[in-house]
Write a protein that binds this ligand. Structure first.
Ligand code: F6P
Length: 369
């Protein structure tokens, strides 16, 4: 029989997403209501691995008072990083190069030393893969699915996605009038990594005329033809949504930076490319708007706030019920537990038979194929 829980820790890893603070506060409250203490780890696991960078401590005991009134705020009071995987921790060498070192043993030692019985870890597939590995090495772990990209498997949705889509949709609403006034092509690049969820949902909701996403490599001539066709019918402007991970049928993904030790590649720049080619092929004026990190900011929508609170409290319930190595997930209408092994290292792309995709096709939106 496992020893009873008295103390848990919480960590937020990867890119931030609206709703993280709601997860943190609900974990702290649900734990405190069971008589458990909750320790917050700063910047993923960096608070433990690099304590010298934190003059006021790399970890913090989180009281109810500390987390009062934060649930509606964007970001994470604990900080986060996408460069701190303890299994592949980047360490700079004397010659300036970076090598990856396995420092996971230090995390396990810390938990033992501090009498911390379990970990709640909120993150995307990278962070949940870390959670799964820590679980395999004997730590009690429950994951919480976070990412604006919505690309995590085994959950209907992640928190952060609805906020990102809502903001992107509002941006498209605003761009219609200026695009129409100037009779321009407006290309809007959106985050989402290797999945087109944000582009697809915002593009349809915001009335885009073309949506280019990683799941459907595009032929730029088809997009240009769709714009010319609109022009021929007197609709002299077009909105083109491009997911950052989209690529042409014969082309490559646009990168801002290649992968390096401890850090994945950075996507970006496809919007410029698409705008340039569409201007050339249609003879129209084209402009680019890159929504970038704006999609990660702001207050979580009601949907995300509620999902985050449901996930946070469910994570504590899961631990209380003796679960470990699971992620809390939304399986409408309930929160369920799914094994971390079924989530770690996997990505959920928009399926070809998605009815949302079909909705776009039935509305006459061009997908470049
Ligand atoms: O995974 C969330 C996300 O915002 C992706 O959509 C994007 O590609 C990436 O993170 C950007 O990360 P960074 O914060 O390193 O720019």
């Amino acid at each position: 029989m496992k020893q009873p829980i008295r103390r848990i820790a919480i960590s937020t890893g990867g890119g931030d997403a609206p709703g993280l603070n709601a997860v943190i506060s609900s974990v702290v409250w649900a734990a405190a209501n069971r008589g458990w203490e909750c320790v917050g780890i700063r910047d993923g696991f960096n608070g433990i691995l690099s304590p010298q960078h934190y003059p006021r401590g790399g970890t913090e005991l989180l009281s109810r008072d500390r987390v009062r009134g934060i649930a509606h705020l964007g970001g994470t009071i604990l900080g986060t990083t996408n460069k701190g995987d303890p299994f592949h921790f980047p360490v700079r060498q004397a010659d300036g190069s970076l090598v990856e070192v396995d420092r996971s043993g230090e995390i396990l030692d810390y938990f033992k030393r501090e009498g911390i019985d379990a970990l709640v870890i909120a993150g995307g597939d990278g962070t949940l893969t870390i959670g799964n590995e820590l679980h395999r090495r004997g730590l009690r772990v429950v994951g919480v699915p976070k990412t604006i990209d919505n690309d995590l498997d085994k959950t209907h949705t992640t928190f952060g996605f609805d906020t990102a889509v809502s903001f992107a949709t509002e941006c498209l609403d605003r761009l219609h009038s200026t695009a129409e006034s100037h009779q321009r092509v407006m290309v809007v690049e959106m985050m989402g990594r290797y999945a087109g969820w944000i582009a697809l949902h915002a593009g349809i909701s915001g009335g885009a005329h073309a949506i280019l996403m990683p799941e459907i490599p595009y032929d730029i001539e088809k997009v240009a033809a769709a714009i010319r066709e609109r022009d021929a019918h007197g609709r002299l402007y077009s909105l083109v949504v491009v997911a950052e991970g989209a690529r042409a049928q014969q082309g490559q993904r646009a990168l801002l930076a290649s992968a390096e030790a401890g850090h994945a590649e950075r996507l970006g720049g496809i919007g410029e490319q698409v705008a340039r080619e569409l201007a050339e092929r249609t003879g129209k004026d084209a402009r680019v708007v890159v929504l970038g990190h704006l999609l990660r900011g702001g207050s979580p929508t009601t949907f995300d706030r509620l999902a985050a609170k449901r996930f946070g409290t469910a994570a504590v319930r899961a631990l209380d019920e003796g679960h470990s190595g699971v992620m809390v997930a939304l399986s409408h209408p309930n929160v369920i537990y799914v094994p971390l092994t079924e989530v770690a290292g996997r990505m959920k792309a928009v399926p070809p038979d998605s009815d949302t995709l079909q909705t776009g096709r039935d509305l006459g939106i061009c997908f470049g194929d």
